[in-house]
Design a protein around this ligand. Structure first.
Ligand SMILES: [Zn+2]
Length: 692
C-alpha cells in the first residue's frame, strides 16, 4: 500500500465565544477521519487554529478591558483545553494572528495583485461619527424598508426576510454607539472573483485521482448543486459571481495591507490562509516540506471539513485565491449539517446550547459523545440530531452492553485460570467473520460513512455476544475437564475484543489506548482488525467504560440553563385562580413572535360557527383576514368595527375547516370566569406598528 500524504483541517473557531457541541460535531468528524488515516499508516497532518481577526473581536476586547491580543490568547487556551478534553488530536492548533499567517496573506494578496486580480474602487459606506469607524452590516440597525419592523440588522430583516443594503434602512443607527451613521466614501480593494468563474465551474464539478487510484470529487453532490446556483446567473441575470471586497478600514483588528496604510485584510481573507499558516508552523517544528503540500500541482491531498454555512468561502473564494496566487487547490471540501438537540435548534433557554466545558466539567465521558455523533454522521450535508434519551440508550447498549462487556466476561478467567496467557486461536471461525469486514469498514470510514461503519461494527459485536451465550464460559469454568475449551473460548473472546477495539479506535481513542495496555500491545493499528494475537500474555483488566446515568444528562441541561438565568424570575403566584406562569423564555424566543397593531375594518359572525368571528384587518402594510374564537365574549361583532387590536403577524396562514384561511392570531386576555377580552392600544398607534 502506498503511503498517502494528507493535510486535513477543521474550520477555524472564532475567538469570541465558547466551544459548544455544534463545533464539536465537526471536530469529532474530522478527528475520526484523521485517526483512521493514521491507523492505516498514512502520513496525515491535522491542522486548525483560532480565527482571531475582525470588528467583533476588536469590540469584545474593548468591552472586557483587554487588548485584542490578550483576549485571543485567553480564548485560545480555553478552546484548546475544550477540544483536547474531547480527544481532538490536532497536530497543530494555532492562531491566525501569527507571523506565518501575516507573511502568507501578504504573499497571496501580492500574487493576486500581480496577476491582475485585485482592483481598487471607491465605495460609500455607513460611518459611525462618534466611534470614528466604518460599520459592518451587522453593526448597523434600523427600520426595515419593506415591512417597517424596527431594530433590524443592516443586511436583512428577520421579520419579513428581505435582504437589502444597510443604506436602505429607515432611521439607521450604529449598534456600537447608537449614533446616526453618515455615508462616507472610502477606497476598498476587490478580488475579481467574477473573472475566476470559468476556473471555478471546472474546479467545483471536478475531481482528483488519488495515489491509490480512487477518484475524489472536489465537492459533495449537494454542494455542487448549490455552487451551480451561485456560478450561473438565472434568466433575469440574477446570481452569478460578484467581486469580493477584501479590505476594511482602520480601526480594525487584523493585518494591514501592504502598500495601503490604514487598510486591513477582511477577516475572511486571512482566515483560510490560517490553514496554511498552521501547517507551515507545524512544518518548521517537525521538519516537513511545506512546499511539497502547497505548490501548484502538488501530489499531496488536502481536505477541509466545514459546516454547510461557510461553503461559499471554501468552495469559491478559497480555491480561486489558491489557484490565482500560484498554489494548489483543495482535493476535497467536506461539508456537514447543523446539530439539533431533541429535534430543535440548540437553545439557551432550554439548556440545549451545551458548551464543551459544561460537558467535561459535569464529568460526562467525551467518548460517549464521540460515539453518538459518529453514529449519526454520514457523507451528506444533513443536519444531525442529538436525542438525549437515545444518547443514553445507545451508549449504554452499544458501548457498555455489547462491546466493553466482551472483555469483562473473558478477562477474569484468562487471568485466574491461565496466568494471563492467551491460546493461539488463529483458525477460529468467529474471528474469521470479524476479520472479513476489515476492508468494507475501512471503506466506510474513508468515505465518511461513520453511521454505517458503526452499524457494521455493532453487528459484529452481536455475533460475538451470541457466541458468548452459546458457549457460556461461566458454566464451562464450573465443569470438570473443560479447561481446554474454556481457554479456547475466552482466548477467542479476548481476540474478538481486540479486533472490535481496532475497528472502534478512530472513534474511541482513549478506550483504545487503555485497551492496548490491557491487551499488552504497544498500540492498536488497523492491522489488529484482521490479525489474531497468537500466544500472548495480557495484563489485568480494568473497567474501560461506565454507563451514562440519566441524572448526568439532566444535570448537564440544568447547568446550561443556569448560565443564562437572571435575577428577574417572577415570584410564584399565591393563589390558584391564576394560570401558572409558563416555563422561562428568552428575549430571543419573545422576539420570534411578531405582534402588530391592526385596525378592525369589519367584524362579522361566521355562518355555521358559534365560536368564530371573522375579522377584516388593516395591518398598514397589507389587509388580512383572521378568524378568532371569541364569539361568545362579543355577541355584537359590528361594535368592534374601527377599533384597534393586537395580532400576531408572522404565523403561517391556517385553514379553518370550511370557513377560509386565517392569517394570524388576535390577542386577548382570558379572565378567571372564562371570558376573552381583546387588547387595546393607546391613541396615536397606527396599523402595522410593532408591539414588543
Ligand atoms: Zn422587514
Amino acid at each position: 500500500m502506498t503511503q498517502r500524504k494528507i493535510l486535513v483541517t477543521s474550520a477555524l473557531p472564532y475567538a469570541n465565544g465558547s466551544i459548544h457541541l455544534g463545533h464539536m460535531v465537526e471536530h469529532i468528524q474530522t478527528d475520526i477521519w484523521v485517526r483512521f488515516q493514521k491507523l492505516r499508516g498514512h502520513q496525515c497532518h491535522y491542522c486548525c487554529a483560532d480565527d482571531t481577526h475582525g470588528t467583533p473581536i476588536m469590540l469584545a476586547a474593548e468591552k472586557q478591558n483587554l487588548t485584542p491580543e490578550e483576549l485571543i490568547e485567553k480564548v485560545h487556551a480555553e478552546h484548546l483545553a475544550d477540544f483536547t478534553g474531547f480527544y481532538i488530536g490536532y497536530d497543530n492548533y494555532y492562531s491566525t494572528h501569527s507571523p506565518e499567517n501575516k507573511q502568507l496573506s501578504e504573499q497571496i494578496y501580492l500574487a493576486l495583485k500581480a496577476n491582475g486580480k485585485i482592483e481598487s474602487r471607491t465605495i460609500e459606506q455607513l460611518f459611525d461619527p462618534e466611534k470614528q469607524m466604518f460599520l459592518p452590516d451587522r453593526f448597523v440597525k434600523g427600520e426595515c424598508p419593506k415591512c417597517h419592523a424596527k431594530d433590524q440588522y443592516g443586511d436583512n430583516c428577520e421579520v419579513c426576510g428581505t435582504t437589502y443594503s444597510p443604506t436602505e434602512l429607515i432611521n439607521p443607527y450604529s449598534a456600537v454607539s447608537g449614533a446616526t451613521p453618515v455615508l462616507k466614501e472610502s477606497e476598498h480593494f476587490f478580488f475579481k472573483l467574477g473573472e475566476c468563474a470559468d476556473y471555478l465551474k471546472q474546479w467545483t464539478s471536478g475531481s482528483t485521482t488519488l495515489s491509490d487510484g480512487r477518484v475524489q470529487q472536489h465537492l459533495q453532490p449537494e454542494a455542487l448543486n448549490k455552487m451551480k446556483e451561485w456560478l450561473h446567473p438565472d434568466e433575469n441575470g440574477e446570481g452569478g459571481l460578484s467581486d469580493w471586497d477584501i479590505s476594511r478600514d482602520a480601526p480594525y483588528f487584523g493585518f494591514e495591507i501592504p502598500g495601503a496604510p490604514g487598510k486591513y485584510f477582511y477577516v475572511w481573507l486571512d482566515a483560510p490562509v490560517g490553514y496554511m499558516a498552521s501547517f507551515k508552523n507545524l512544518c518548521s517544528r517537525i521538519g516537513l516540506d511545506y512546499d511539497e503540500y502547497f505548490q501548484a500541482g502538488s501530489q499531496t491531498e488536502m481536505y477541509h471539513f466545514i459546516g454547510k454555512d461557510i461553503l461559499y468561502f471554501h468552495a469559491l473564494f478559497w480555491p480561486a485565491m489558491l489557484e490565482f496566487s500560484g498554489h494548489r487547490a483543495p482535493t476535497g471540501v467536506f461539508a456537514h449539517g447543523f446539530l439539533t438537540v431533541d429535534g430543535q435548534k440548540m437553545s439557551k433557554s432550554r439548556g440545549t446550547f451545551i458548551t464543551a466545558r459544561s460537558y467535561l466539567d459535569g464529568g460526562l465521558n467525551p467518548e460517549w459523545m464521540r460515539y453518538y455523533i459518529a453514529a449519526k454522521l454520514n457523507s451528506r450535508i444533513e443536519d444531525i440530531d442529538l436525542n438525549l434519551n437515545d444518547f443514553i440508550a445507545r451508549v449504554n447498549s452499544d458501548l457498555v452492553g455489547k462491546y466493553v462487556n466482551i472483555a469483562a466476561r473473558a478477562a477474569g478467567f484468562i487471568a485466574k485460570r491461565f496466568e494471563g496467557r492467551l491460546k493461539n486461536v488463529a483458525g477460529s471461525e468467529l474471528l474469521a467473520k470479524l476479520a472479513a469486514q476489515s476492508e468494507a469498514i475501512a471503506a466506510d470510514y474513508e468515505t465518511r460513512e461513520y453511521a454505517k461503519a458503526l452499524r457494521e461494527i455493532m453487528a459484529l459485536a452481536d455475533i460475538v455476544n451470541e457466541y458468548v451465550d452459546a458457549n457460556k464460559p461461566w458454566e464451562l469454568a464450573k465443569q470438570e475437564g473443560q479447561d481446554e475449551r474454556l481457554h479456547q473460548v475466552c482466548s477467542e473472546l479476548i481476540n474478538a475484543f481486540a479486533m472490535l477495539t481496532a475497528y472502534l479506535a478512530p472513534v474511541l481513542p482513549k478506550v483504545a489506548e487503555n485497551a492496548a495496555r490491557f491487551l499488552n500491545l504497544p498500540k492498536i493499528t488497523w492491522a489488529n482488525t484482521r490479525e489474531t494475537l497468537g500466544e500472548h500474555t495480557i495484563n489485568k483488566y480494568e473497567h474501560l467504560m461506565q454507563r451514562v446515568e440519566q441524572k448526568q444528562v439532566d444535570d448537564l441541561i440544568e447547568a446550561n440553563k443556569q448560565s443564562i438565568q437572571t435575577a428577574s424570575a417572577a415570584p410564584a403566584a399565591e393563589t390558584s385562580q391564576y394560570t401558572p406562569v409558563a416555563e422561562q423564555a428568552s428575549f430571543d424566543d419573545f422576539m420570534k413572535i411578531d405582534m402588530r397593531v391592526a385596525k378592525v375594518l369589519n367584524c362579522q359572525a361566521v355562518e355555521g360557527s358559534t365560536k368564530l368571528l371573522k375579522f377584516d384587518l388593516d395591518f398598514g402594510f397589507e389587509q388580512r383576514v383572521i378568524f378568532s374564537g371569541i364569539a361568545a365574549s362579543y355577541p355584537n361583532p359590528a361594535e368592534l368595527n374601527g377599533r384597534m387590536v393586537i395580532a400576531v403577524a408572522n404565523f403561517a396562514p391556517r385553514k379553518m375547516a370550511k370557513f377560509g384561511v386565517s392569517e394570524g392570531m388576535i390577542l386577548s386576555a382570558a379572565t378567571a370566569d372564562g371570558k376573552l377580552k381583546l387588547l387595546d392600544v393607546d391613541a396615536g398607534a397606527q396599523p402595522g406598528d410593532k408591539v414588543g
